[in-house]
Design a protein around this ligand. Sequence first.
Ligand code: RIB
Ligand code: CA
Length: 311
Amino acid sequence: MTRKIIIDTDPGQDDAVAILLALASPELEVLGITAVAGNVPLPLTQKNARIICELSGVIDVPVFAGCDAPLARKLVTAEHVHGKTGLDGIDLPEPEIPLQDQHAVDFIVETLRQHPANTVTLCPLGPLTNIAAAFNKAPDIVEKVQQIVLMGGAYFQVGNITPAAEFNIYVDPEAAEIVFKSKVDLVVMPLDVTHKALTTQPRVDAFRALGTRVGMAVASWTAFFERFDVAKYGSAGAPLHDPTVIAYLIDPKLFSGRHINVEIEVQSDLTRGMTVADWWRVTDRPANALFIGDIHADGFFALLTDRLSRL
Ligand code: RIB
Ligand code: CA
């Protein structure tokens, strides 16, 4: 039984690898890809999503443009990490796949209304603006969502865009608050786990050794993407954030975490966007998220490389 998903994304090299993994995996049926402003502005994230689909050879997945700014704040982007295009590292042709006319938020609402309850999973890989906007526009869909598996937040790793916050949550904390308070079955891939999924040289070499356009693109993207993280963390390779969301859907046994309370800071400027995770259960706040802390990294990269070899 394939799992129906919607990927909400702000490509970004790591989003690109996540989308390729999903399109290469028979366990998943990608009902649509919804672009949101994040790493780069919306005109680029929607174009990048189409470029990635074209690269994969899967050209029948509809791509939608969503919100071009957070619910209540000015957009903050991350060209310093992802480059001006958002997909720096390799030049790919302009996409021919058309952008859908329908707004991404309306696609999310319509899809959840059309499918039976608990049959569609949302996979946000960027700021949560589109998801929250859909929940605001159509509160009836919230209880129909099967699960949300998202990349965002941090506890032990604290922050990557500020000392306190991870980028996806930081960009739109109000949207994150809506999602984390929605009572939807929520799985969170924070920096705590993605920082254990590093694109070391042997892993990048394995992508390149695929000898395909996809393998070459992924190797080039990870090489570009890692220059920022290696300089910052001195780590051997960059954290491959977003593909952990898709890998979890394919093989959850690669991951472990705790079902805990996670709340979002929206008041303070100093700690805006912090995911206040009660990892040590020091409060009696109700658990609302499976917060992932660990990964079998070799198993993750083996799965990823095998699936990419199929494109
Ligand atoms: O903080 C990492 C997250 O922010 C990833 O999803 C990356 O693509 C950016 O969106
Ligand atoms: Ca992303």
